[in-house]
Design a protein around this ligand. Structure first.
Ligand code: AMP
Length: 383
């Protein structure tokens, strides 16, 4: 009987994304390839459930007390250099995760708390950790290292890690299929553009560079994050306002980007304002498009010529306006927009014109499905 249990097919996979004060979940039937349920528990520890275990209790109730969940996949923010791939959770893995809290003091305790709560609530059900950083672990040192004294890398692990890796990996696989190429031969620039945004340079299916860094603050102009900034400018701001590191962190992560430039972190609001002639909103959109185009050009060089530019995330999948502003800056690469095709929203399609030298494609991301697939694959018995 014992053997029969270990050979059980992984059919129903619960995917958990625990944030600092929220918990999102999705339940998949991997045999049918269907999503069975989806939900969100909010205000954990601040008015709602007391902690992640209580939030999970709510999830169990919402799912009708299921007894047939075969495995649980967890989104984990940071795997540092320890986890280069998704991994089945064991006591040794949990001990290693505990040591990585310093890389994500806000998110990692919630991620780890979610895993521990699942172990208690879903007794005997295996857990898999899927890392936002893992896909980027193939970056060469010349892309990943900062030009500072190497002792800071050795002592503190300060280097570029990159995030949104599960999304970049998902759309890489989707793009290979869309283009009819082998995933291990495809060269891409993948643009995940949402409230947080990052680009990845993908060569032969592997990440060789990405715009986020030690933390998700670096790179593109985002909803509330500034993206790339001269470190000396940060020092000048700290000195002027006598800001602590924590206050500066809040300023750059939560009060910058589109919000600081034009009064809203939501791209739809900024587009609506720009449409009405708001100059600050217009500049914010141009800054966002400019920096994105800058990196697309750079990454096209790094991958040795992309087979496609891929757009995904809330903005990439839906905002014709932002896509047009980006693609209009890529003329030097022989890229031309098909304005009609660019009206596409939330589904896969090519938005570049027929004669475009490099196709630009929109491909909806699905991080939760990627986590569910990894979970089934890692446990070795799923589809
Ligand atoms: P995400 O973080 O991937 O959920 O993306 C959120 C961002 O996508 C926000 O800035 C939204 O304004 C933007 N977004 C979502 N839907 C649309 C839409 N229909 N048009 C323009 N932007 C959109």
């Amino acid at each position: 009987m014992k053997n029969m249990k270990t050979k059980k097919t992984i059919r129903k996979v619960l995917v958990i994304n625990s944030g600092s004060s929220s918990l999102k979940y999705q339940l998949f039937d991997m045999e049918k390839g269907e999503r069975l349920a989806k939900g969100l528990v909010e205000r954990i520890g601040c008015g709602g459930p007391a902690d992640h275990a209580a939030a999970l209790g709510q999830v169990v109730a919402e799912l009708g007390n299921p007894k047939d969940i075969d495995a649980i996949g967890h989104r984990v923010l940071h795997g540092a250099e320890v986890f280069k791939d998704s991994v089945a959770v064991t006591p040794a893995v949990l001990a290693k995760l505990d040591k990585l809290v310093k890389f994500g003091p806000l998110h990692m305790p919630a991620n780890i708390g979610g895993i521990r709560a699942c172990q208690r609530i879903f007794k005997g059900v295996p857990n898999v950790a899927v890392f936002d950083t893992a896909f980027h672990q193939t970056m060469p040192d010349c892309a990943a290292m900062y030009a500072i004294d190497p002792k800071y890398y050795k002592k503190l692990g300060i280097r570029k890690y990159g995030f949104h890796g599960t999304s970049h990996r998902f759309v890489t696989l989707e793009a290979a299929r869309f283009l009819g190429k082998s995933p291990s031969k495809v060269n891409l620039v993948t643009c995940h553009m949402g409230n947080g945004s990052s680009l990845a340079a993908v060569k032969n299916g592997e990440c060789v560079d990405t715009t986020m860094g030690l933390t998700p603050l670096a790179g593109l102009v985002m909803g509330t994050r500034c993206g790339d900034i001269d470190a000396a400018a940060v020092l000048a701001i700290m000195e002027d306002g006598k800001l602590t590191p924590a206050e500066t962190d809040t300023l750059l992560n939560k009060k910058s980007g589109l919000l600081a430039l034009a009064g809203s972190s939501d791209c739809r609001d900024i587009c609506a304002k720009a449409e009405k002639g708001d100059k600050a909103a217009e500049l914010a959109l141009e800054m966002l498009a400019y920096r994105t185009a800058l990196y697309i050009g750079a990454y096209n060089t790094i991958v040795g010529g992309a087979d496609a530019i891929v757009m995904t995330g809330g903005i990439g999948e839906n905002s014709s306006e932002v896509r047009e502003r980006i693609v209009n800056r890529l003329g030097a690469l022989g890229i031309k927009l098909d304005k009609k095709a660019n009206k596409i929203r939330g589904k896969a399609g090519t938005i570049s014109a027929k004669g475009s030298k490099i196709p630009v494609v929109v491909l909806p991301t699905n991080e939760e499905l990627m986590i569910a697939r990894d979970t089934a694959a890692i446990l070795g018995r799923g589809k």
